[in-house]
Design a protein around this ligand. Structure first.
Ligand code: PEP
Ligand code: MN
Length: 335
């Protein structure tokens, strides 16, 4: 539910109204625009009588909103959110960022891969230290030692790092190392306890769409993080499970446009996990760029056939460099 506040309302009246709402168990998100002030009522609004609100002196009008997401909703926050990822990297709005690196942090090869990614045009480095593998017998990642390698690469290259957190109990490891962006993977997209815990930090979160997650479910997951107080959420389309078997997942590029319509949060596209085969990644990266994504996440490996995970979808540094220059051409054409 949204309440548009009358121009004549005083701060005191507004504060009184907010405490009235809070007494009803609701939270108020106040958004002050140039022309009007809007209050987003978060919580169970089913017991609130809109006519009662409209009868109040300070309320211009009230609108029921069908979408259950509020903090992520563009209706309450018309301007694009731009997220400061550190090292001068802003994600969102008109900017465009390329996140690249190996699926798993594996050891000494991280640095050369990271250097090549930066050289080609990547602005953020990715790499998984804690890996969510379908089989418990597959390599689970280097853990904290992998985070340390990412930090070393960050130090040399002066670029923010993005890495996945699987378990709220590991959060301290990420906080201690000042990890720039926490990735929540597809398998944890609805791990509500994890979402709430990262929501208690102010660390930017790259939130991936669930394996079979709808757009609304992704937005509600963002809502979990934001409602705890962390507004720095980046949405990520990484393909969804469909009946198609020729690609690992089905890249739902329309989700980029729909998410940007519904939400002010930046939307990154991950063609690597979406298609699952190196041969298609480049073309889909270009398509996502043309579709208006705010950035890309792409897996890059210096020796894909030896990669610990996702070698079949990794680009070599040379392939990645070519994709980056094509992406730049598309961005220039769109400008
Ligand atoms: C990854 O980024 O390596 C990853 C596991 O991605 P997803 O959660 O999208 O499968
Ligand atoms: Mn991967």
């Amino acid at each position: 539910m949204i309440a548009v506040v009358k121009d004549s309302a005083t701060e005191e009246q507004l504060a009184h109204f907010v405490s009235w709402l809070e007494a009803k168990g609701l939270t108020a998100h106040i958004s002050r625009g140039e022309d009007s002030t809007i209050i987003g009522l978060v919580g169970d609004t089913s017991l609130i009588d809109p006519f009662l609100l409209e009868g109040m002196d300070i309320i211009e009008r009230v609108q029921r909103v069908s979408e259950p997401f509020k903090a992520a909703n563009r209706k309450f926050h018309p301007a694009d959110t731009v997220i400061d990822c550190g090292y001068g990297v802003q994600l969102g709005g008109d900017s465009f960022q390329i996140i690249a690196g190996p699926c798993s942090v594996e050891g000494d090869n991280l640095l050369p891969i990271a250097r090549a990614c930066k050289q080609a045009g990547a602005t953020m480095l990715r790499g998984g230290a804690f890996k969510p593998r379908t089989s418990p017998y597959s390599n689970q990642g280097m853990g904290a030692a992998g985070l340390d390698l990412l930090c070393e690469a960050r130090e040399e290259l002066q670029m923010p790092i993005v890495t996945e957190i699987l378990d709220p109990r590991d959060l301290e490891l990420f906080v201690d190392r000042k990890i720039d962006v926490l990735q929540i993977g597809a398998r944890n997209s609805q791990n509500f306890n994890l979402l709430k815990e990262v929501g208690k930090t102010q660390i930017p979160v790259l939130l991936k769409r669930g394996l079979s997650g709808t757009i609304d479910e992704l937005l509600m997951s963002a809502e979990y993080i934001m409602s705890e107080g962390n507004p720095h959420v980046i949405l990520c389309e990484r393909g969804i499970r469909t009946y198609e078997t020729r690609t690992r997942n089905t890249f739902d590029l329309s989700a980029v446009a729909v998410l940007q319509h519904l939400s002010h949060l930046p939307v990154v596209a991950d063609p690597s996990h979406a298609v699952g085969y190196t041969r298609y990644v480049g073309k889909m990266a270009l398509a996502a760029t043309a579709a208006g994504a705010n950035g890309l996440e792409i897996e890059v490996h210096d020796n894909p056939s030896a990669a610990w995970s996702d070698g079949g979808q990794a680009l070599t540094p040379d392939q990645f460099a070519r994709v980056c220059s094509q992406v730049r051409a598309i961005r220039a054409a769109l400008a």
